[in-house]
Structures are given as C-alpha cells and as structure tokens.
Design a protein around this ligand. Structure first.
Ligand SMILES: *[C@@H]1O[C@H](CO)[C@@H](O)[C@H](O)[C@H]1NC(C)=O
Ligand SMILES: *[C@@H]1O[C@H](CO)[C@@H](O)[C@H](O)[C@H]1NC(C)=O
Ligand SMILES: *[C@@H]1O[C@H](CO)[C@@H](O)[C@H](O)[C@H]1NC(C)=O
Ligand SMILES: *[C@@H]1O[C@H](CO)[C@@H](O)[C@H](O)[C@H]1NC(C)=O
Ligand SMILES: *[C@@H]1O[C@H](CO)[C@@H](O)[C@H](O)[C@H]1NC(C)=O
Ligand SMILES: *[C@@H]1O[C@H](CO)[C@@H](O)[C@H](O)[C@H]1NC(C)=O
Ligand SMILES: *[C@@H]1O[C@H](CO)[C@@H](O)[C@H](O)[C@H]1NC(C)=O
Ligand SMILES: *[C@@H]1O[C@H](CO)[C@@H](O)[C@H](O)[C@H]1NC(C)=O
Length: 632
C-alpha cells in the first residue's frame, strides 16, 4: 500500500518538476515531432505579470557530456542568434505577450531540420527580478523509408528440405526511426514459428543516421505454396502516427516430386489409323518434370524430347500399351503411367473369284472381303450403279448384260479415310452379237461418214468390214478400222466417203460363231458448192476414189421426169400470167417476198439425191436462177 503511494507521489513530482522548482512558471511540450528537412516549431510558454525580461534558448549537446550550448539570447535590447552554432541561419524565435492573461510565449522555429537536431531544446525565461524558470522539449525526427524492395529466391525451393528454405528478401532504406518489416502470405501475416517459418532481420544505420532494414524469409514450403503470393509490409512512424507500405507480390518456384504420371495422345479423341503420326505425351504431377522413359512391349523407346514420344507412320504393330516411367533423382522416387493405343486398319480387298469368264445362263457368287479392326460397310457396283449393300454378290443366268466391270467398295464408317476398292471383270462367253451399225452425220466438207459397229461376245470377236458399191456390185477397198476393246465387247469404226450408194457389212467372229450386219449408205451431195468447188473436191486425194457411175436407165428416167416437171411449171406459169393480165390474181409485194424467202432458205440445204451427181446440182441451181431473176 505505502509503496504504491510513494510511487504515485514520485510520479506526480517528476511531472511537475519544471514548474514547481522555478520561480517563473515555464511550460513546454515534452516532445515535438518533425520530419527530416521540415520545419520544427518549439513553443516555450510562461506566465508572468509582465513580459519576460530575458529569454535564452539552449540545446543539450549529444554525446556523453550532455553540456548545454546557448543558441539564442533575447532581452529588451537584443535578440541574438549565436554565431558559429549549428543553428545560425536556421532558427528564428517569435515572441508574444498578452497582458490580460499574463501569458507570454517564445516560439523557436528551426528550418531544414537535420538528423543532428534530434536533441533537447531548453528555454529559460527570466523576469525583472532575475528570477527564472526553464522548460525543455525533445525534438523527435522522422523519415519515411523508401518503398520496400522484394526479391524472390530464383532457384526452386524443394518441399523435401528438412529446414526452412529462404524464399525471399525484403529491404527498406532510409527510415527513421527504425521501420518494421512484416511478411505476408496471401494476406496472412507470417510469424516466426518453430521449424516452419524463420525470419532473419538485419538492421544497419547509415552514416546519415537513417536505418536500412533487411528481412529474409525462410519457410518449409509445401506444394500449395506454388500458388501463394508473398509480400512484405513496412510499418514506420510519421509525425503523429504510423504508416505502412507494401511491396509488390511475388510467387515462388516450388519443387516437388512426381507421384503420378499421366499420358496424353495427340491428336486427342480421334481414332488412329495406319499411316498416321501420333505423339504421346507424358506428364508428371511434380515440378520440375522428371526424366521419363517410354516402353512399349517391354522395349525401351528413344525420344527426342523428354516426355514426348513421336510415332510416325504408325502400323497396327504400334498398337498396345505404352508405359511411361518417371524417376526423380532428388528424392529417388519413381512413378509410372500407361496408355493404350489402337492403330486401326483396313486391309486390301480380296474378291473371290477374281476376273471370271461365264457361260451364258451360268450362276456365280462373288464375295468381297477386307480385314479391318473396325466394323466395315461393303457394297458392289457396276457402271457406277450400286447393286447390293453387302459383301456377297450373286449373279444368276449370265447373259451379255451380266458382262462388265464390277467394283466392290469397303469403307469404315467410323474412320472414313479407311476405304478400299477393287474391280473385277466378268466376261460372258458366247458367239458375237451386233445390234446394228451406227452411222454418223455426213461431214459436209468432204462427204466422209463414220460407221461404227459394236460387237458383244467373249472371247472378244475380231471384226471385218466389207464395202460394196451398189451400182457396180464391186467391192470397194476399206480403210483401216479403228478398234477399241471395252469390257463387254469390241467397237470398230471406219470412215467411208459417201460418194455413191454403198452397202457396208460388219462381221464379228470368235471361236463360237460369226455374225454379219449390213447397212446401206446413201450417196451424199453438197448442194451449195459451186461447180468449181465440186471439181476441186473431186481433185483431192481420197482413200475411196470417187467413181463416175455410168449413165444407166435410172438417170434417163430422172431427166425425163425433170423435163416433164419443167413443162408443167411453164404451163402453170403461163396460166398464172393469163390470170394476172385479166386482173383476177392480186400480185402484192408480200407474195413475191415469201417466194424469195423460201428459195433463200433452200440455198442452204444440203440435198441428198438417189444418185450423187453434179449434173443434178447444176440443174437445181438453174431452177433457182430462173426464180431469182424476177426478184432482181
Ligand atoms: C527569420 O526571420 C528573418 C527575418 O524576418 C528571415 O529573413 C528568415 O528567413 C527567418 N528564418 C527562419 C528560419 O524562419
Ligand atoms: C516495430 O517493432 C517494435 C518491436 O516490436 C515496436 O516496438 C515498434 O513500435 C514497431 N514499430 C512500428 C512502426 O510499428
Ligand atoms: C509467378 O510469377 C511470374 C513472374 O513473376 C509469372 O510469370 C508467373 O506467371 C507467376 N506464376 C503464378 C502461378 O502466378
Ligand atoms: C494419381 O493417379 C491416380 C489414378 O490415375 C488417381 O486416382 C490419383 O488421384 C492421382 N493422384 C494425384 C495426386 O493426381
Ligand atoms: C490397356 O490394355 C490392357 C490389356 O489390354 C488392360 O489390362 C489395361 O487396363 C489397359 N489400360 C488402360 C489404361 O486402358
Ligand atoms: C435365262 O435367260 C434366258 C434369256 O435371257 C431366258 O430365256 C431363261 O428363261 C432364263 N432362265 C432362267 C432360269 O431364268
Ligand atoms: C469420224 O471419226 C473421226 C475420228 O474419231 C473424227 O475425227 C471425225 O470427225 C468423224 N467424222 C464424222 C463425220 O463424224
Ligand atoms: C457379210 O454379208 C455380206 C453381204 O451380205 C457379204 O458380202 C460378206 O461377205 C459377208 N461377210 C461375212 C464374213 O460373212
């Protein structure tokens, strides 16, 4: 009890010291806070019935001796700043006195405050009776430190370390008083703790008196620290408070062993077929990636890149399980994973039987098979027409229509790139068959006409052409035929000059028989050509020389008919003239025009006559000429 009273009493006395022991009542703040290079104002207040007679400011020198040094003196006459002191030129004192309240003040103003100004300032006030009182104030300096600089440990930190490992440094410069550094991991402050977290701090005081604080953070890292963000926070005092700044955030590289290995195939989610390029990737769940080894069918495979196995132009033999082993040298642990790969394929088609010769009426069953690792779809085609959608094709009662090229197609619907086709020839044995000889249009210029004969049959028939002149009954030489074998028979074509009426026969023969088809070819005449043109045509070298047919009875009859016709036209003409003269027949311009139009169109027509003769052509031109003259 008593002890406490004594303590309280001592405390009370010490608070009042500066006031009670002196005669002049002087009061000052214990502490004035100011920033380095700022302006300090240290007030010294006194209570007197009149203004102070004399005021002296001292500073207490730093260091051991604690001696006072006068820096300012003031009395009725003078206000002197001591020359040669640290303060000359940096200080001013402002005085004031209020008689009503009997209070006065002297305020010491210090500009450009230095670290060395952090000391005690003493103000002594004298009254007219030379009694005095004094007060003192400590000037407290502050300097805000630079922004904290954080730097992470660049090497990875292993989770296998037994002791906490250094993960980052944080440094802050030029603080006063000494700033404090706190470490944070994802917003949570880190406190040093047994075994897991260690923080080492070093503080240096620069010659300027400012502090540099460096803090090193050591932690026992875990896998999850990979995703954590670390930063340091600096707390420092400023006049009248505390401030703080944060460093930027960093992450750390955590090393941990691979415990699981996962394999991926590229391209993913796709069926693999023979010929594809596939790469298999092996990934461990550790950091950094360990060294991997691939094995397939108990055989170690070489890789160009760690963890990547490239398989080019894969074959079905590349199917199977691929294993990937990881070995962590640091921890001596291993892990492995595997993946199964199926390389799909479609073999070439096998058709039974292959090219076949059938007898007419015979039946045949064709099968088409191709081995595949996947379900297939098979179809048979003939002449681009689908016959069946299965692998068996049945042919019944073979005929020439049965003959031809058959095609079997096998596709893999789930892997459309896999498809195969095979064609085979079915021939139907039989004696030749010719439907007819086809005749092309007559070439207007040279009167050549193409005759084509198509003979079905197997063995393939040989084709012989014969040409007979109808007039003379003599055979005409045949130009060389162009023959073309197709699946079901032979096409043969000859070029014939239709200058007279001919009979062409196409005869097709094989070991089973012969057929013979004939076709009459009418002579072709060019009507529009002039006589000179006609003779020039005659003059050209020809494979079939034009024969001047003898003027038989047939031509005589025709000439007679034409003469009768001319006579009839003449009679008709005179009748028409008679009627016209009598005025019975209107003769408009339009009628004449129609007439001319008709013959104009006739000019362009190539006329075929019973016997090709230039005489008739001249005769017709003569008629045209007659009709032309009235219009001109
Ligand atoms: C002190 O006062 C003088 C004159 O009024 C002025 O020139 C000087 O700048 C002042 N110095 C300080 C430190 O206030
Ligand atoms: C710094 O830490 C010390 C000791 O914990 C403490 O006394 C001081 O007030 C701290 N400074 C700041 C600016 O928080
Ligand atoms: C870690 O930081 C580096 C750069 O500082 C950045 O590139 C990387 O993405 C960061 N990693 C994570 C997981 O945030
Ligand atoms: C490792 O792989 C196994 C099976 O693939 C799985 O069940 C397990 O969750 C994986 N572990 C890790 C850590 O990924
Ligand atoms: C791979 O195939 C083997 C045998 O066919 C089977 O035992 C194994 O489970 C398969 N592995 C995977 C990952 O599918
Ligand atoms: C086979 O075809 C021939 C000619 O096409 C026909 O006359 C005959 O009846 C057919 N036979 C059968 C069994 O269909
Ligand atoms: C006859 O055939 C030949 C060769 O194919 C061709 O050049 C010619 O134009 C054909 N002639 C006629 C009149 O079609
Ligand atoms: C085909 O018939 C024609 C006339 O009918 C005859 O001139 C020719 O010699 C015959 N050819 C054969 C190969 O029988």
């Amino acid at each position: 009890m008593t002890l406490r009273y004594i303590a309280l009493l001592v405390a009370g006395l010490s608070v009042l010291t500066s006031k009670t022991w002196a005669v002049v009542d002087v009061s000052m703040e214990d502490r004035v806070e100011v920033s380095l290079k700022g302006q300090a104002m240290i007030p010294c207040m006194y209570k007197l019935k009149e203004s102070a007679k004399m005021i002296v400011w001292f500073t207490r020198l730093p260091g051991r001796d604690q001696g006072r040094r006068r820096i300012y003196y003031y009395d009725d006459q003078n206000a002197i700043i001591e020359e040669g002191s640290d303060y000359a030129g940096r200080i001013n004192v402002t005085h004031s006195y209020e008689p009503q309240s009997e209070r006065g003040s002297a305020i010491l103003i210090i500009d450009n405050v230095q670290m060395s100004d952090q000391r005690e300032f003493i103000c002594i006030v004298h009254d007219i009776l030379s009694d005095s009182g004094e007060g003192h104030t400590r000037l407290q300096l502050f300097n805000s430190p630079s922004l904290p600089v954080i730097e992470r440990t660049h090497t990875g930190v292993s989770v296998n370390e037994e002791e906490p490992s250094k993960v980052a440094d944080c440094e802050v410069n030029d603080g006063y008083p000494r700033p404090n550094i706190t470490w944070y991991k994802d917003r949570f402050p880190l406190q040093p703790s047994d075994g897991d977290i260690k923080i080492m701090e070093s503080v240096t005081i620069k010659p300027s008196g400012l502090f540099t604080v460096k803090s090193e953070l050591f932690i026992k890292v875990e896998r999850t620290d990979e995703d954590a963000h670390f930063y340091c926070e600096v707390k420092y005092f400023v006049p009248g408070g505390v401030k703080m700044t944060e460093s930027k955030k960093i992450n750390i590289t955590v090393h941990y062993p691979t415990t699981n290995v996962t394999l991926y195939v590229n391209p993913p989610d796709r069926l693999i077929k023979e010929g594809d390029t596939v790469d298999i990737q092996c990934e461990g769940n550790g950091n950094p990636q360990p060294v991997f080894t691939f094995t397939h069918k108990e055989e170690e495979l070489e890789t160009k890149e760690n963890g990547m196995l490239l398989l080019e132009d894969v074959k079905r033999s590349n199917s199977g399980t691929y294993e990937c082993q990881a070995y962590d040298f640091e921890t001596g642990t291993g892990a492995e994973g595997s993946i199964n790969i199926t390389v799909h394929y479609l073999d070439h088609i096998v058709v039974t039987p292959e090219d076949t010769v059938l007898d007419q009426g015979q039946d045949l069953i064709l099968t088409c098979n191709a081995l595949s690792s996947l379900p297939t779809y098979t179809a048979w085609y003939k002449d681009d027409m689908q016959l069946v959608e299965r692998h068996v094709l049945e042919l019944h009662n073979a005929s020439y229509d049965t003959a031809g090229m058959y095609m079997c197609e096998v596709i893999v619907p789930s892997l459309p790139d896999l498809q195969e086709r095979k064609s085979l020839q079915i021939s139907v044995r039989g004696k030749p068959m010719i439907s007819e000889i086809t005749v092309s249009q007559v070439n207007k210029a040279d009167r050549f006409v193409n005759l084509t004969c198509y003979a079905q049959g197997y063995p393939f028939p040989t084709i012989t052409w014969t040409l007979v002149d109808e007039q003379s009954g003599k055979p005409v030489p045949v130009a060389e035929a162009e023959n073309q074998k197709i699946d079901t028979g032979v096409f043969s074509m000859i070029s014939v000059r239709a200058t007279s009426q001919l009979t062409a026969s196409c005869s097709a023969a094989n070991e089973l028989g012969t057929v013979n088809v004939s076709h009459k070819i009418e002579a072709s005449v060019r009507v529009t050509t002039t006589t000179t043109q006609a003779t020039s045509t005659k003059g050209t070298g020809l494979t079939v020389p034009p024969k001047q047919p003898p003027k038989g009875g047939g031509s005589g009859v025709i000439i007679a008919v034409i003469i009768i016709c001319l006579l009839l036209i003449a009679i008709l003409g005179s009748v028409l003239y008679f009627l016209y003269k009598k005025g019975k027949l209107p003769c408009g311009r339009s009628g004449k025009q129609d007439f001319t139009k008709e013959k104009a169109s006739k000019d362009d027509i190539v006329m075929e006559m019973k016997s090709g003769k230039s005489e008739e052509a001249v005769l017709l031109q003569g008629i045209n000429g007659d009709k032309k003259s009235p219009t001109e």
